[in-house]
Write a protein that binds this ligand. Sequence first.
Ligand code: SF4
Length: 217
Amino acid sequence: MDKNKENIGKILEILEKNYYGAGSELVFNNPFQLLIATILSAQCTDRQVNRVTPELFERYPTAEEMARLEPEELEKHIRSCGFYKTKARNIIATCKILMEEYEGKVPGDIKTLQTLPGVGRKTANVVASNAFGVPAIAVDTHVFRVSNRLGLANARNVLETEKQLMENVPVEKWSAAHNWIIHHGRRICNARKPKCNICFLSPYCSYYHDEIKGYEL
Ligand code: SF4
C-alpha cells in the first residue's frame, strides 16, 4: 500500500474510533424535519436551528401545513436563523412541490432533492445520507477545512473536495466519515485555532507537519 493510502487508512481508523456513532447534530424525527432543519442551517449554527425547530414542527408538522403558510408567518418563527426571508420563501415553495409532486413525502435521491428550492448539493447529500442511508459525503465548511488539513483531500473548492473524498474513503464509510469529520472540526480542528496540541490525529496530519511541526523543529 502506498504511503498516502496508508496514512488515509490510519486517519479514518482513528476518526472512527473516536467518533463512532456520531450523527447529525440537527435534531429531527423524520426526513421532512431533517430537510427543513438543513435548509435552515445554511449560514447558521445547528444549535440555533435546534432552538427554533421544536416549536416550528409542533405547529406545522407536515409539508401540507407548511405549504399553506404565508411567508410572513413562517418568517416569525425562523427569524433568528438568518436569511429568514429567503429561507421562508424556499421552505414554502419546497413544501408546495412536495405536496404537488411527491404526495407530501421527501424524495430520497440526491438528484431529485437538488431540484427543490433552497436545496443545494450539500443539503441534498445531508438529507439523503442521514435520512435515507444513501452513501454521500456532504462537504460543508468543517468537512472542507478538516479534510484538506488532514490530507484526506487536497482541493481548492468543495466540489473537488467531495470528489477526492469519494475516491479516498471507502463507499460504505462515506456517510459516517462525513459526520466524524464534522465532529472533529467542531471539537478540535477549529477554523481559527486548531487544537493541534491535543489532537490525536497530529502524527498523520499534513497541516500539522507542514505548518506546526515545521516551526517547532
Ligand atoms: S493536527 Fe491540528 S490541523 Fe491537524 S487535524 Fe488535528 S487539530 Fe486539525
